[in-house]
Write a protein that binds this ligand. Structure first.
Ligand code: SF4
Length: 203
């Protein structure tokens, strides 16, 4: 992946685009280069009530589940970076305060019984990068909460992960600019993909 200068960015990508590109670059092609109607999947149909579910669950949960004795929760925080050409809406942010110290941690909720994948981790890293700009504070870790099994996974935000997210952003803008149809990431992912009707070469 080649890195472009951010001044060449023509519009803003979303953090969901990062997640989708890491899952399969073709999803971004079908979103921005050759838009198609997609078939709603079970996941999408049942994602509609997700925000209500998050608020309901979090009101009962103690922050100690995340390893904090005290702190505030901020729900559905919009974040944006002109520098990165990226925007997003973070499910929840934990604001930890101790004396003059303030730290921020993004939390992403997933309604899945499946293992957390790389694309979910990079989604969280992208949120962490936007959160860093939003509060001008380093974000060193985040959390992925899987709703069905009430599991909290800690994700350490490393410099190499930040670099990878920047490379993904550049790769997406390059693909859109060149209108180049990308290779599938992995055909094992196609069975649960809303675009499977359009990828006849991988079936
Ligand atoms: S069907 Fe497969 S190749 Fe096509 S976009 Fe989905 S995951 Fe990618």
């Amino acid at each position: 992946m080649n890195q472009d200068n951010s001044s060449e960015y023509r519009f803003n990508l979303t953090v969901t685009d990062i997640k989708q590109y890491v899952y399969c670059p073709r999803i971004i092609y079908y979103t921005y280069v050759l838009p198609v109607n997609k078939k709603p999947t079970f996941k999408m149909e049942h994602g509609k009530d997700r925000h209500l579910e998050i608020d309901r669950l979090e009101k009962r949960r103690k922050l100690v589940s995340y390893g904090f004795e005290e702190g505030e929760r901020i729900f559905h925080l919009p974040v944006y970076s002109e520098r990165l050409g990226l925007s997003g809406l973070i499910d929840m942010v934990i604001e930890f305060k101790k004396g003059n110290l303030k730290e921020y941690y993004p939390v992403e909720f997933k309604n899945t019984v499946h293992q957390i994948q790389q694309n979910h981790k990079y989604q969280l890293v992208a949120y962490a990068m936007l959160l860093e700009e939003h509060y001008n504070k380093p974000v060193r870790r985040g959390f992925i909460y899987t709703i069905p099994n009430k599991d909290i996974q800690v994700v350490t935000i490393t410099d190499s992960m930040r670099i990878y997210v920047k490379k993904v952003i550049s790769a997406i803008y390059n693909m859109i600019k060149r209108e180049k149809f990308p290779e599938a990431r992995s055909v094992r992912r196609c069975w649960d993909c809303e675009y499977k009707n359009y990828c006849k070469d991988v079936r």
